[in-house]
Design a binder for this molecule. Structure first.
Ligand SMILES: Cc1cc2nc3c(=O)[nH]c(=O)nc-3n(C[C@H](O)[C@H](O)[C@H](O)COP(=O)(O)O)c2cc1C
Length: 256
């Protein structure tokens, strides 16, 4: 199966080098309008734009896509209602609304000859972003998205084989061979691009009892991702504090 939309999706990749060309207001508005047309639970998002300051990767545009309950609550108040839905449930819906919108923006950007890259640390800077953009409570910065015209050319990055992704009728027993094939396709794909070497992105080993056994010759995705989630973010307190600062307390005591 092949058509221009599928081709564009299969060719998309995260861009970390941008030309100086500024996208016009028309281009920006088209991207955000296309984003808005994503499926939604309750349009629980807002999009912040920065094109004044130095952005990550030198991108001309930096969007911050936020989960936004504030705007909905303004409308509900007009209707004489208050939210009783718990914050965890609303965050699940809000994160989906914001994420589907963000991905629509990514593909709209592709269609206009631009590239983009998400920045995942945003929730941990939420309180700072809240100050910078004067966010009201009930708005939580979920993810940042750099965007602009690419100044680099490279092939798409690998993905798991479909046998490790699509399971019809029942989840399969994962065989050793399936795991090996999945790891191989990811590791070989990233190594062949020199992905971690180019970005100097090797994560240091911080835990005791593990020795560094990799160089950029064999360090690839499966080791990288294992070091991330095997070492980082053990304690949820920091994220819970950022959520609370933005008006999203997550506590079991919420349950009345
Ligand atoms: C939620 C999320 C957070 C991300 N955070 C970062 C980031 O902080 N820095 C970065 O360079 N890329 C980031 N990325 C981009 C991923 O590294 C990239 O999508 C992944 O390696 C697959 O590569 P591809 O998009 O080129 O196919 C993020 C992507 C997502 C979806």
């Amino acid at each position: 199966m092949d058509n221009p939309i599928i081709q564009s999706m299969l060719q998309r990749k995260s861009v970390r080098k941008y030309s100086k060309q500024q996208p016009t207001d028309d281009v920006i508005e088209s991207v955000v309008r296309a984003g808005q047309q994503a499926p939604f639970a309750a349009q629980l998002y807002s999009v912040l734009l920065n094109r004044k300051k130095r952005n990550p990767f030198g991108a001309p545009l930096l969007f911050t896509i936020c989960v936004d309950m504030h705007k909905l609550e303004l409308i509900m108040a007009r209707r004489g209602w208050k939210t009783v839905s718990n914050n965890l449930s609303m965050l699940f819906f809000g994160i989906q609304d914001a994420a589907y919108m963000a991905e629509n923006m990514v593909m709209a950007a592709e269609s206009l000859g631009m590239g983009s890259c998400f920045i995942g640390g945003t929730p941990y800077n939420a309180a700072k972003i809240q100050k910078t953009y004067h966010l009201p409570l009930r708005v939580f910065p979920l993810v940042e998205l750099t965007m602009g015209y690419p100044a680099e050319e490279f092939p798409p990055r690998p993905r798991y084989p479909l046998e490790y992704t699509l399971f019809e009728d029942r989840y399969p027993e994962m065989t050793e061979e399936m795991v090996t094939r999945a790891m191989q396709s990811m590791d070989e794909g990233y190594l062949s691009q020199g992905y971690y070497l180019k970005q100097k992105a090797k994560i240091d080993i911080e835990v005791e009892g593990k020795e560094e056994a990799f160089t950029y010759q064999d360090y690839s995705w499966t080791e990288h991702i294992s070091r991330k989630w095997g070492q980082w973010l053990a304690d949820p307190t920091e994220l819970l504090e950022q959520l609370a600062a933005c008006g999203f307390e997550i506590e079991l005591a919420e349950k009345k």
